[in-house]
Design a protein around this ligand. Structure first.
Ligand code: 9MR
Length: 352
């Protein structure tokens, strides 16, 4: 009896030692995190909890720290969902990326309706203060402002920009830095994956913020990508890194146009290897977060008709070939047969 208990303990210990842990592997490359988005809703699934524990080193609240959830009506704060995520992360030793404090979307109507500059400033200050202080010292990176640019590089016509101009960004970072100096403060955006006016505008802004001494630490490239269209990601990440700030891939997914077949899944494996490899190859790139654990829970299904299967684990939370692509990029082993989805000498593709 005692022997078998000891044996099972050994087998368990060995099994967990042998498990591929993306967080550990990226740490061995000198990076901070390999994370995934989750929230109380997706955490209800035991597979999501297990994979976060086994594979990832950080978690981003997919929705629970957004303004409409935290402060749905003026002065009424609700931290129930974000607390659940933070508690899970703390219990399981996961770092947390805070997302997001000042964003035009998922913003209650009472904020959008403001027309007085001072009222908006006071509200922003109170929202950032209240939210950040609750989790002070627990959030290693915060997306302080999110998605400030239109595709043509002009500032988005949010209530923040309308009333305060570009300076709303300075103000948000200054407040954030005063609340939690231990957290790295980020600006985050999508479609920074290819050359064009949007990334040019971002790089211009980052230069001005630095010149003005704004306490910004990093820029997040969300990287919501399309199968076969990842070739320019590395060069653009390198341009962001040239600003001297740290960079991170913050919301990675690579969506596939239906019908999904094996050839497309293998292309996706190569695309994941390319993109994660891009971060590994850039010293200032500190980590990668994928926007969800399993395909089943991804925003892609609900948002892009005809697109599917963007993540590392399938609808049944089984590893996809994409997982082996990430492992290969993390240098765990070499992909000797990119067609098999498990030709990495490790445990990629074994479905656990
Ligand atoms: O994944 C999020 C989805 O559940 C929400 O419905 C959506 C609402 O805007 O936001 C999604 O997350 C977004 C993130 O917060 C910011 N970058 C784009 C992400 C995908 O839309």
């Amino acid at each position: 009896m005692k022997f078998s208990t000891t044996l099972s303990a050994f087998v368990l210990a060995f099994a967990s030692f042998a498990q591929a842990q993306l967080g550990d592997k990226i740490a061995a490359k000198g990076k901070a995190n390999f994370g995934a988005a989750a929230d109380a809703n997706t955490l209800q699934n035991a597979n999501v909890q297990r994979l976060l524990q086994e594979e990832f080193s950080s978690v981003t609240p997919e929705n629970s720290m957004k303004w409409e959830v935290i402060q749905p009506s003026l002065g009424t704060f609700n931290f129930q969902q974000s607390d659940a995520l933070v508690d899970f992360a703390v219990e399981n030793g996961l770092d947390i990326r805070g997302h997001t404090l000042v964003w035009h979307s998922q913003l209650p109507a009472y904020v959008d309706a403001i027309i007085d500059k001072d009222q908006l400033l006071a509200l922003m200050e109170n929202h950032i203060n209240t939210t950040m202080s609750r989790y002070q010292g627990k959030i290693f990176q915060w997306d302080v402002v999110n998605e400030v640019f239109e595709e043509d590089g002009s500032f988005r016509n949010s209530v923040f920009f309308r009333l305060l101009g570009e300076e709303f960004i300075d103000t948000a970072f200054n407040i954030a830095a005063s609340v939690d100096p231990s957290s790295k403060l980020y600006i985050n955006d999508f479609n920074l994956d290819g050359p064009g006016p949007k990334i040019d505008a971002m790089i211009g802004l980052l230069g001005r913020l630095q010149t003005r001494g704004v306490p910004i630490d990093g820029v997040g490239s969300q990287a919501h990508l399309i199968l076969g269209q990842v070739g320019s990601v590395g060069a653009q990440l390198a341009r962001l890194a040239e600003t001297g700030l740290e960079v991170a891939i913050t919301e990675l997914d690579i969506r596939i146009e239906a019908p999904v077949d094996q050839a497309k899944l293998i292309q996706q494996q190569q695309d994941y290897q390319t993109v994660v490899g891009d971060c590994i190859g850039i010293a200032a790139c500190v980590g990668v977060t994928v926007w969800g654990v399993g395909d089943k829970d991804s925003w892609v299904d609900a948002t892009f008709a005809g697109f599917d299967s963007p993540l590392l684990f399938d609808d049944g939370f089984v590893k996809k070939p994409a997982y082996a692509g990430v492992e290969a990029a993390l240098g765990a082993s070499v992909v000797v047969n990119p067609g098999s989805g498990q030709g990495n000498g490790g445990d990629g593709g074994n479905g656990c």
